[in-house]
Ligand binder design. Structure first.
Ligand code: CAA
Length: 246
């Protein structure tokens, strides 16, 4: 298997950590960005103890210049970025009539504008080398909407619009661009939903439980695989059956 350089944004989070570990286990050289140095170093040590080497670089994906800095730092340390996983994301849940402009912009900047910020600095190299894998980590709530998430759902739906345009523009360059749309996975983000609300949501999942981060990482590895070369512009729902759009 060819070892590639993979950059996973928000790699220290719940789903991000699972993606980092899985790509590393496949032999890829994996990097992620961080904003909190102490937290990121502790995370890196923990992974090292488990036998996983992850490169960490400082930077904020919601800021165009900072995001470019992340890409250039990874290039310097590991080589050109061949696999990009746009995973970093936040929630600022509240009903729209109470939502502030700050809550709207923070979510759009971190979840959606980050896709521009991170992908723009890697796309020329991927096109020149005629190989690339880009995966957006969107959400079930970008597909079905969610009470209290007008900002988040808009950002996540936007990510797939980005995917299907980029997929068309870069298909001839050996670059595939796909979306994974996780449902409710047992991470800090989902556990922050009030328990009573979360229990009601969990009851709507036919498989009968929240997802595990590695069940999302599995699909990312699938899209990244060399043999997935004819799969582009797809949106793979992984949600325990909670939403079955087509
Ligand atoms: N459908 C219809 N009505 C709903 C509703 C729903 N899904 N959810 C709440 N309501 C109603 C309640 O019944 C209540 O009605 P009454 O006032 O008539 O009793 C009312 O909304 C409560 O409204 P408030 O504005 O007072 O609610 P709040 O400010 O306390 O909280 C909320 C609202 C922030 C949206 C809260 O319900 C919440 O956190 N919901 C969960 C949102 C969610 O799913 N977030 C996902 C986070 S994880 C993630 O995003 C990862 C991923 O990709 C899946």
């Amino acid at each position: 298997m060819t070892s590639r350089v993979a950059l996973v944004t928000g790699g220290t989070g719940g789903i991000g950590t699972a993606i980092v570990k899985r790509l590393a286990s496949l032999g890829h050289k994996v990097a992620t960005n961080y904003r909190d140095e102490a937290k990121a170093k502790a995370w890196q040590q923990k992974l090292k103890a488990e036998g996983v080497d992850a490169t960490i670089v400082p930077g904020d994906v919601s800021d165009t210049a900072s995001a470019e800095g992340i890409v250039r730092a990874v290039e310097q340390r590991l080589g050109p970025v061949e696999i990009l996983i746009n995973n970093a994301g936040i929630t600022r849940d509240t009903t729209f009539h109470k939502m502030t402009a700050a809550q709207w912009h923070e979510v759009i900047n971190t979840n959606l504008n980050s896709c521009f910020n991170m992908t723009r600095p890697v796309i020329d190299g991927m096109r020149a080398r005629k190989w690339g894998r880009i995966v957006q980590i969107s959400s079930i709530n970008g597909q079905k909407g969610q009470y209290g998430q007008a900002n988040y759902a808009a950002s996540k739906a936007g990510m797939h619009g980005f995917t299907i345009s980029l997929a068309q523009e870069n298909a001839k360059f050996g670059i595939t661009v796909n979306t994974v749309s996780p449902g409710y996975v047992a991470t800090e983000m989902v556990m922050a939903v009030p328990e009573d609300v979360r229990n009601k949501i969990a009851a709507q999942i036919p498989i009968g439980r929240l997802g595990e981060p590695d069940e999302i990482a599995y699909a990312v590895a699938f899209f990244v695989n060399e043999e997935a070369r004819w799969i582009t512009g797809a949106n793979l729902a992984i949600n325990g059956g909670q939403y079955m759009g087509w």
